[in-house]
Design a protein around this ligand. Structure first.
Ligand SMILES: NC(=O)c1ccc[n+]([C@@H]2O[C@H](COP(=O)([O-])OP(=O)(O)OC[C@H]3O[C@@H](n4cnc5c(N)ncnc54)[C@H](OP(=O)(O)O)[C@@H]3O)[C@@H](O)[C@H]2O)c1
Length: 277
């Protein structure tokens, strides 16, 4: 089985590909082309957000694709300015309008914004949107253990996914354990550390030992942790490389060596205080 074909079963019974495609920051100019080449390369899980301002381009690529609509999983996210029940219901309708689609497969709360303190009502809206069939699965992004427990305690509904910053500089061991306990699938944003990791001697050495690129070594690390990376690349050749992960496996020592690169978040975006609207 290639890494493209590998999937995980989410806690709601739906399947999620083991690797997805990040679409930010392509911007309006090249999102359509990049998404088209990513679909051609074999990606089936796409990651966008209302705040990326590229939903129209991502949606156009999905609609233009020869693939059936049910073969492509589109993720989008509700931004901070739409937190609250009614606003969130409107936000997904706005996203669907931008995408030109009648549903997405995964809808996420982009950031918890605890100071605003509307994420529980926002989560209630996602539950309703799933019931209306406008999204197949629902999840969150950048939620801490406390945020997860609060929405689960108040609604009884466990997110299918939590998309968090995760790469060898920030392996998130504790959040992965929390997710395992709650039955939540982890997605990794900035899985390549925005490219900065790829010159690390440990990464380069491991890549050379397997005859693969540094990015492939890092993405294989994600795969072996059981988390779903969503690497972004505008370059069709690198897009193909980033899902060509099946022909080699890291040893346990190599997985540990990459996790030992831990030094913290790339930009200090701590979900307890970071705000993005
Ligand atoms: N939920 C959230 O709050 C959140 C936050 C940030 C990001 N995200 C999502 O996560 C996705 C990925 O994160 P990201 O874009 O920040 O970082 P990333 O995927 O870790 O890194 C992207 C960078 O790596 C380069 N790159 C990709 N493949 C490569 C390869 N094989 N060899 C060498 N360089 C390579 C890209 O350049 P080229 O384009 O030139 O290849 C780009 O500069 C985003 O697109 C977005 O969808 C979510």
């Amino acid at each position: 089985m290639t890494s493209i074909e590998q999937t995980y079963r989410l806690n709601d019974g739906h399947e999620l590909p083991a690797v997805g495609f990040g679409t930010y920051p392509h911007g309006r100019d090249d999102s359509r082309e990049s998404t088209q080449s990513a679909l051609d390369a074999g990606y089936r899980l796409l990651d966008t957000a209302l705040s990326y301002e590229n939903e129209a381009e991502v949606g156009a690529a999905v609609r233009a694709s020869d693939l059936g609509r049910d073969e492509i999983l589109v993720t989008t996210k509700v931004p901070g300015r739409y937190h609250g029940y009614d606003a969130t219901i409107g936000a997904l309708r706005e996203s669907l309008g931008n995408l030109g689609l009648d549903r997405v497969e995964l809808y996420l709360i982009h950031w918890p914004l605890p100071r605003v303190d509307k994420y529980v009502d926002t989560w209630r809206a996602l539950i309703e949107l799933r019931e209306q069939g406008l999204t197949r699965s629902i999840g969150v992004s950048n939620f801490t253990e406390a945020h997860l427990h609060r929405i689960i305690d108040e609604t009884g509904v466990v997110p299918a996914v939590n998309q968090i910053e995760l790469h060898p500089y920030f392996p998130q061991e504790q959040m992965r354990a929390v997710h395992d306990e709650l039955g939540i699938r982890t997605e990794s944003w900035s899985p390549l550390g925005r490219g900065g990791l790829l010159d690390e001697p440990a990464v380069v050495d491991i890549a050379e030992a397997h005859g693969v690129s540094p990015a492939q070594a890092v993405l294989r690390w994600h795969l072996q942790l059981g988390v779903v990376p969503i690497p972004m690349s505008s370059n069709p050749q690198r897009q193909r490389q980033n899902i060509d992960l099946a022909g080699f496996a890291l040893t346990d020592e190599q997985v540990t060596a990459l996790s030992a690169l831990e030094k913290g978040r790339l930009k200090g975006q701590d979900p307890d205080v970071y705000e993005e609207f």
